[in-house]
Write a protein that binds this ligand. Structure first.
Ligand SMILES: C[S@@+](CC[C@H](N)C(=O)[O-])C[C@H]1O[C@@H](n2cnc3c(N)ncnc32)[C@H](O)[C@@H]1O
Length: 298
């Protein structure tokens, strides 16, 4: 049983909803084109988390395409498998496994992809392993979010954290920092370094691409359910998830009154943001993540 990621870094809810919002259906053609994915392929997604991208691919590419998600976090894999079953996606399988020892024989897939995994595993070893599981002519793509290339707007109307909320958060911070230090391994080969590794490993037809993934509450294409998903589910629940994780990691339990007050302040903050949506007041707070994609052919 491995639950490091889901219990210490990003909870199921936080990861799942953030990705549902990133991989929007109107980005389908661009994403499939860049990753070189087509109907009928066998595709592996390594470090698939809760399976949101794999699920999108299963919908987009249909039944004749077989998609397998691999992740070492047991909670994510169980969640992803259950969701695929509920959605009756029979072309989608999830399996627990390590990115450096992918539990499949050589030449198993037409394509192997990963999203925000390569920065957490030794790059060269991972690219060797991805190449191993692909057939000759198969495509390997890695997607990585570049933190300092994020566009974030910060309008003054955003209900910001109060000083009291910041104060109540303080006891959690060392635990979050320790978890990040212990488990968030940063293997960044550099903008030119990553394609160079592909080159050094004998990949052909190497491509460097990028996709921007905006999440904008006030965008006119969002219906009320999507707005709700962003404010209520993604933003609010990422804070509440973090609190639950912090509580789980703490050696000395905080009094319930501390935790309840903190949760209430977080709730109040996001209630205010949600009320702006209900009042149809647009404040244009948003985040655009830039994803770098490097791919090559075996
Ligand atoms: C930032 S999350 C991304 C998850 C998913 N790709 C997404 O974008 O929603 C990183 C994922 O990589 C997984 N992971 C980290 N190291 C791994 C390894 N060595 N083998 C398999 N999975 C790993 C974690 O469990 C986590 O699900």
């Amino acid at each position: 049983m491995n639950d490091i990621w889901s219990s210490k870094l990003q909870g199921i809810n936080t990861l799942e909803i953030s990705r549902e919002l990133r991989f929007r259906d109107d980005r389908k053609d661009l994403i499939l084109y860049i990753l070189g994915l087509k109907k009928g392929m066998t595709i592996a997604e390594i470090g698939c988390g809760t399976g949101s991208l794999a699920r999108k691919l299963a919908y987009w590419l249909g039944n004749e395409t077989k998609i397998t998600g691999v992740d070492r976090d047991t909670n994510f894999i169980e969640f992803a498998a259950e969701k695929a079953k509920i959605k009756k996606l029979s072309n989608l399988t999830f399996i627990e496994g390590d990115a450096l020892r992918i539990p499949f024989p050589d030449y198993s897939f037409d394509a192997s992809i990963s999203h925000t995994l390569i920065e957490h595993v030794p790059n060269k070893e991972f690219l060797i392993e991805q190449k191993r599981i692909c057939r000759d002519g198969g495509r390997v793509s890695v997607m990585i979010t570049i933190g300092n290339k994020t566009i974030t707007s910060s309008p003054s109307e955003i209900p910001f954290q109060t000083e009291r909320e910041i104060e109540l958060m303080k006891p959690f911070i060392p635990y979050f920092e320790d978890a990040d230090k212990l488990y968030l391994k940063k293997y960044w080969s550099g903008y030119d370094g990553l394609p160079r590794i592909f080159d050094s490993l004998g990949y052909k037809d190497i491509q460097v691409d990028s996709i921007s993934l905006p999440v904008v509450v006030d965008d006119s294409r969002n219906n009320i359910e999507t707005k709700k998903l962003i404010v209520e589910e993604q933003q609010r629940s990422s804070y509440l998830d973090k609190i639950e994780m912090g509580v789980g990691m703490m050696k000395n339990k905080l009094p319930d009154s501390h935790i309840n007050e903190l949760k209430k302040l977080i709730d109040d903050r996001f209630n205010k943001r949600w009320n702006l949506v209900l009042e149809n007041k647009k404040i244009w707070d948003y985040k655009i993540s830039t994803v770098l994609i490097v791919s090559g052919v075996k």
